[in-house]
Write a protein that binds this ligand. Sequence first.
Ligand code: GH3
Ligand code: MG
Ligand code: MG
Ligand code: MG
Length: 310
Amino acid sequence: MKALVIDDTLTSSTVISHQLRKMGIEALTAADGATGIELFKEHRPDLVLLDVIMPGIDGYETAKRMRQLERDGEWTPIIFLTARTNDEDLERGIAVGGDDYLVKPVSEIVLNAKVRAMQRIAQMRYSLVVLTRRLDEANRELLRLSSVDGLTGISNRRQFDEFLQREWARGVRSAAPLSLLMCDVDSFKQYNDFYGHQTGDECLRSVAAVLKEGARRPADMAARYGGEEFAVILPDTALDGALQVAEELRLGVEALAIPHGVAELGLVSISIGVACTIPRRERGTAEQLLGDADSALYQAKQSGRNRVMP
Ligand code: GH3
Ligand code: MG
Ligand code: MG
Ligand code: MG
């Protein structure tokens, strides 16, 4: 532990430093406010003992400036040690950021007890700061977990619903087209049956990676809608653009060249239904858009799979 003693009277600062050292506390000394602030910046002490009447900037101003120098979450206990006995002086000392106010001469026993009390508060406060940081981290992690699909690492259904709702509302305001792609792995039940569930999982991870990579504009989002179904939202995208992206995604999955002995192509493929609309308030929600994309997907399946249908 390190303390900073700021006092222009040499005898006073010598006595206090000596008492601190007896308590096992390292003591730095400064004879004026400006030097004290410099030492404060350089050494970041755990405690400051501060005189009020000094040449140059007085103790009140010194305390104020030291408080401004503290970074986020930092707190250095400041104890005023002064000959001034007025209640108003004490009141001002606390107001400018002091934590305690002792009138000189201070007995060794009182100084000892006051310093210990400050140490205890600082310790408790530090524990709270650490705890708060851990809670913040845990919260961030929970937030991440609640929006990410555990298997594939892309957005999950919850995040998708939220995103679609937000984009719908944004589309209503901007009157820009909003496109939605519903993607479904072809003959995936057979793939699972043939290659096993674990290989099936691996396949879903690869497909998800293609979709995430392919929905590449910052505003786009690819999500696992459920099972072997994925959805891609393309804001500010008209139908022709959406069809183009969908075709790229379909080809991207084909290019993975994952063997699928039971499928017609001999490789894993996806079918994609594409829907596009300009969101309008009177149309309510994105339900209709989802329905349209689903119908298009159904058509793609009916027409032989591994294809894109508007
Ligand atoms: P279609 O071409 O018409 O889409 O046929 P399909 O076999 O893909 O369709 P179906 O919906 O009948 O089968 C989907 C399969 O996806 C069934 C299910 O076991 C599998 N599946 C869903 N979720 C997962 C998963 O998380 N991991 C694995 N390995 N398989 C999954
Ligand atoms: Mg003085
Ligand atoms: Mg399906
Ligand atoms: Mg399927």
